[in-house]
Design a protein around this ligand. Structure first.
Ligand code: FAD
Length: 422
């Protein structure tokens, strides 16, 4: 017989935020994760609450930049050759997402989701005593040339069309905001809505400890499969042979969620997009806000533990070893913009972004079982969208009307139609 409780699979920021919403609704929540306190994307990310990011990764014209990026061994994009054949279905869908009509549709869906973030995140942080973790100084996207800024005009126009504030600045105006920026910065765009946290690991740790203290069970266990037995009776096959039963299950296992969804019989295009960074405790320069280096596709965030310089997108599957030189290369590149930067002694890190080809997360009810819910695939925006994802899952579970149409985020979009390509 199933317990009347909810299992949340995964103790990353998305699982924890979902657990918090479900706990608030009065459910008995159990979080399952082989290493609840272990390293994960939610610990080492750039700490940005990037609620202004509504343009998908696939945009028209991107294809022309890709060969140059791929030829640079430490460039912003890498595909491990041995993995390329397995990536093909994902790549095909990624290219399809870059068609102009798709970009407009995806941007509208991301804008709807991101429009909820400020309220949802503030509410969760206030209720858990973590409001002091969030800073709201905006962000600065900097360019090395006016021509590069002009090439991005379509993306900025799309953001402005969705009510995202974006103020163009000269290089001198950017340096007035951030005196550590050097002469390489020709112009910039200031986005006041963007926020960042003190330290994503500290936030995740504190939220997990708050939940534990509030009575949420957090168990070290790897889920191998989700096995629905009947309505409100779902068995989880755990590594080691145990098979607890729950009334509801939420899949929030980050980049590993695809394995569980596929075992449940649902197709999903989800890849690990490995990212890298270096955190420098004593960088010799000070930033007030997150800075995004537009042409070279990486960022620097002033965290409470130092300056974190990171980015890169590496596709090689979940088992490929990390390539630490990428983290070091980003720290070296940052000197172009921050001439006073001392990156020596920086701590390198890498982690798996859970990335879909259309840049939309998978949020919604499973197609196989009405009491199984998906909460994964947030790519570059998992920290940003975690609280809102949790709120939407709690709405679905309680059969409350969600504040936005959830159709664009459904796993249904990955199911093959009759006659479609494999
Ligand atoms: C370099 C980099 C920079 C980033 N910067 C930002 C940023 O500035 N802002 C932002 O919003 N996002 C950012 N992201 C993305 C963000 O970190 C992720 O989207 C987010 O952390 C995903 O959270 P998650 O909870 O889904 O997954 P994770 O944090 O990966 O957690 C998943 C958990 O599931 C567990 N798990 C896996 N398999 C199982 C199983 N079978 N059974 C039980 N548990 C399982 C794992 O052990 C893990 O603890 C960045 C990512 C990277 C790599």
């Amino acid at each position: 017989m199933a317990e009347q409780s909810v299992a949340v699979i995964g103790a990353g920021i998305v699982g924890l935020a979902t657990a918090w919403h479900l706990h608030r609704d009065g459910h008995r929540v159990v979080i399952l994760d082989p290493a609840p306190e272990g390293d994960k994307a939610s610990f080492g990310n750039a700490g940005g609450i990037a609620n202004t990011e509504i343009v998908p990764a696939a945009v028209p014209g991107l294809l022309w930049k890709v060969p140059r990026w791929l030829l640079d061994p430490l460039g912003p994009l890498a595909i491990r050759p041995a993995y390329a054949p397995r990536l093909l279905p994902w790549l095909r869908a990624f290219l399809a997402a870059g068609r102009p009509a798709e970009v407009a549709r995806i941007a509208a869906a991301l804008a709807a989701l991101n429009g909820l973030i400020e309220g949802d995140l503030a509410a969760m942080l206030a209720a858990t005593g973590l409001a002091g973790e969030l800073h709201r100084p905006g962000a600065l996207t900097v360019y090395e040339s006016l021509a590069a800024r002009r090439r991005d005009e379509a993306e900025w126009s799309l953001k402005r069309a969705h009510a995202i504030a974006a103020e163009d600045l000269s290089g001198a105006e950017a340096r007035a905001l951030e005196p550590a920026l050097g002469p390489a910065v020709a112009c910039a765009v200031f986005t006041p809505q963007w926020c960042h946290v003190n330290d994503p690991k500290q936030l995740t740790d504190r939220l997990r400890e708050w939940l534990r203290a509030a009575g949420v069970a957090i168990r070290a266990a790897r889920v191998l499969a989700i096995e629905p037995q009947g309505e409100a009776d779902i068995r989880l096959a755990l590594e080691g042979g145990e098979a607890p039963r729950f009334a509801h299950v939420v899949v929030a296992a980050g980049a590993w969620s695809g394995i569980l969804a596929r075992r449940l019989g649902e197709r999903v295009l989800l890849e690990s997009e490995r990212g890298y960074n270096t955190t420098v405790a004593d960088p010799g320069v000070a930033l007030q806000r997150e800075v995004i280096f537009a042409e070279r596709k990486f960022v620097a965030t002033p965290l409470s533990i130092g300056l974190r310089i990171g980015g890169a997108a590496e596709f090689g599957g979940l088992d490929a070893p990390a390539h630490p030189r990428r983290a070091e290369a980003l720290a070296r590149l940052a000197r172009i913009y921050l001439p006073g930067l001392r990156a020596e002694g920086g701590v390198a890190w890498s982690g798996h972004r859970p990335t879909t080809p259309d840049s939309l997360p998978v949020i919604g009810r499973s197609l196989r079982h009405g009491n199984v819910f998906h909460a994964f695939g947030h790519g570059h925006l998992g920290l940003t969208q975690a609280a809102t994802t949790g709120r939407l899952i709690a709405d679905l579970l309680a059969r409350r009307e969600p504040p936005i149409d959830l159709a664009p985020y459904s796993i249904a979009r990955f199911q093959r139609r009759a006659g479609s390509r494999p």
